[in-house]
Design a protein around this ligand. Structure first.
Ligand SMILES: [Zn+2]
Length: 293
């Protein structure tokens, strides 16, 4: 088997594991060479579950070294920066989040926390040259690597920027690749009508890792509908976390209340029973948007 064959099989495996329904997304996984994004071998690979336990101090870190590109075509994480606990994430998880973006050819997408750019390339393949992707990373070395790795995509721009301050302009889809306490108002403003925001709302369980829900927020004419795409464990997005939100988030997540999310409300209102996470800035609610018009 050639490396192209392994990559094709990998795409089929991810299609099945992540229940992908987008042929374009499966095709992107079959096309984008993961090894080209990860620097020179040896690469250090790990099972996502073990790595998440290690990040919480519950198990030793177990990475295996390999210089064989075909080993990258499994549902595993690959270390990008051991000191900072940054990985090229689990393909099935990222695939399901990218699927939740419901990307269409010609869309403009924003990838916040692009790392070395592998999943940005997957997004770029799906929106195609008629679309565009803007990607940022808060770490200058990662942004530089992503820029180099994505230089073949003329419809992708990469910037070194802080996710709290960067303005992506109007978008059809936004993927936030770092755990936050709440969606930034600017992301909600920049979503076009019909636009999709996929964002991990997490509780920091260690200095580097948070756990919570991957929320899918859809901008509709009447407001923002919301749903849980999946549970999530993900790297903490430093500047995107409000320390004052940790306590109410702990309650909303540990009681399971946040799994009932149906809408994100921005209009001022008094706290009521349907408020799952009520703050002056915004509210995650169990009420469908039709109900509070
Ligand atoms: Zn509320």
């Amino acid at each position: 088997m050639t490396l192209d064959d392994y990559r094709r099989f990998f795409a089929e495996e991810i299609e099945q594991v992540a229940s992908l329904t987008s042929p374009a997304l499966v095709e992107a996984f079959a096309r984008v060479p993961r090894e080209k994004f990860l620097g020179a071998p040896p690469w250090h690979v790990a099972s996502p579950e073990k790595r998440a336990l290690a990040a919480m101090g519950l198990a030793p870190v177990e990475y295996r070294a390999t210089s064989e590109p075909r080993h990258l075509y499994h549902n595993i994480v690959v270390s990008v920066d051991r000191a900072k606990d940054i990985n090229n994430g689990q393909p099935s998880a990222l695939a399901s989040w990218i699927q939740a973006l419901d990307l269409q050819p010609g869309d403009r997408a924003y990838h916040l926390g692009c790392g070395v750019g592998y999943y940005t390339a997957i997004i770029a393949e799906v929106v195609g040259p008629a679309g565009s992707v803007v990607a940022i990373d808060a770490q200058p070395d990662l942004a530089a690597r992503a820029r180099e790795n994505l230089s073949g995509y003329t419809h992708v721009t990469v910037q070194h920027a802080d996710g709290g301050a960067f303005d992506p302009d109007a978008c059809d889809a936004i993927l936030v690749n770092a755990g936050v306490t709440h969606p930034q108002p600017l992301w909600l403003d920049r979503l076009r009508e019909g636009g999709r925001l996929v964002v991990p709302i997490t509780l920091a369980v260690s200095a580097t890792i948070g756990q919570g829900i991957m929320a899918r927020i859809l901008r509709r004419p009447s407001g923002y509908s919301a749903a849980v795409a999946s549970p999530v464990a993900i790297f903490n997005g430093g500047s995107l976390r409000d320390p004052e939100m940790e306590a109410p988030l702990r309650k909303a997540l540990t009681t399971g209340a946040l799994f009932k999310i149906k809408s994100l409300r921005r209009e001022p209102h008094e706290a009521e029973e349907s408020c799952l996470l009520h703050t002056p800035r915004m509210c995650l609610s169990s009420m469908a948007i039709e109900e509070h018009l």
